[in-house]
Write a protein that binds this ligand. Structure first.
Ligand code: ADP
Ligand code: MG
Length: 246
């Protein structure tokens, strides 16, 4: 359902993604692991086109986009891809002047032009799903980090994206609060939500991900089923990295 073929991303002289090819099936959960600076966030941002790849091919559902250095991508195509993705960030990024439920409604009302009542109904159902219905009218600043992240997950899911992209969703959280977020993501995974997540959190990766991609210095070093990669990685570099997380 998602296929990246030979994706390169350059920032000035810095080639940050060096020809990355990975594919994700519908309903799969993929963990992107690897050292800081290896390109995990950039790869996620290339899937939702927050960054435009320098070259390569991105397929997402029915959309196929080819990138060439200096080439232009129509904003209509960017919108078509972006609307199929939901993004969750390390530091939540909720709108501070909107309540929890208003955060979840926002995209439905402003982007998809839903009537407020219908948006509120869907937002309420999503808050229920992430265990935050009781805080629907709370301001983000009054919520714990784990609660804010659960609201952010509900917001990302509101437009029914094909894929949920999570960039270090538990990294800003104490272990106890991280667990709430792991539980919610685990529940979504078991319901068949397609997810790609960059993470250093071995608990998150090993509990939820079925597939693992190990990205180092802009290249895929190793990829495969999570059980195989965590228990018996082939490459020495993968072994060392996984050992460093334990
Ligand atoms: P990771 O998420 O694995 O830590 P990143 O994708 O954030 O890695 O970063 C990969 C490399 O790309 C780093 O060298 C980083 O400095 C560089 N980089 C990321 N975003 C930008 C940007 N907007 N402009 C310039 N360089 C960037
Ligand atoms: Mg990152």
């Amino acid at each position: 359902m998602i296929a990246l073929t030979d994706i390169e991303k350059r920032f000035g002289d810095n080639l940050v993604l060096k020809g990355v090819s990975v594919a994700m099936q519908e309903g799969s959960v993929t963990a992107l692991i690897g050292p800081s600076g290896g390109g995990k966030s950039t790869l996620l941002r290339c899937i939702n086109l927050l960054e435009i790849p320098t070259s390569g091919i991105l397929r997402l559902g029915e959309e196929t986009l080819r990138f060439t250095p200096g080439g232009r991508v129509a904003s209509k195509d960017i919108q078509l891809v972006r609307r199929q993705t939901g993004m969750v960030f390390q530091n939540f990024q909720l709108f501070p002047h909107r309540t929890a439920i208003e955060n979840v409604m926002e995209g439905l009302v402003t982007v998809l032009k839903w009537p407020a009542a219908k948006a509120r109904e869907r937002a309420g159902a999503l808050l229920e799903k992430v265990g935050m219905a009781h805080k629907a009218d709370a301001w983000p600043a009054t919520l714990s980090g784990g609660q804010q992240q659960r609201v952010a997950i509900a917001r990302a899911l509101a437009p029914s994206p094909r894929v949920l992209l999570c960039d270090e969703p538990t990294s800003a959280l104490d272990p106890e609060l991280a667990q709430e977020v792991v539980d919610v993501l685990g529940q979504l995974a078991s319901e068949g939500t397609t997810m790609v997540m960059a993470t250093h959190d071995l608990r998150l990766a090993s509990k939820i991900a079925r597939e693992v991609v190990f990205l180092d210095a802009g290249s895929v070093v190793e990829k495969g089923p999570a059980a195989t990669i965590f228990a018996s990685p082939e490459r020495e570099r993968t072994k060392r990295f996984i050992a460093s997380l334990r």
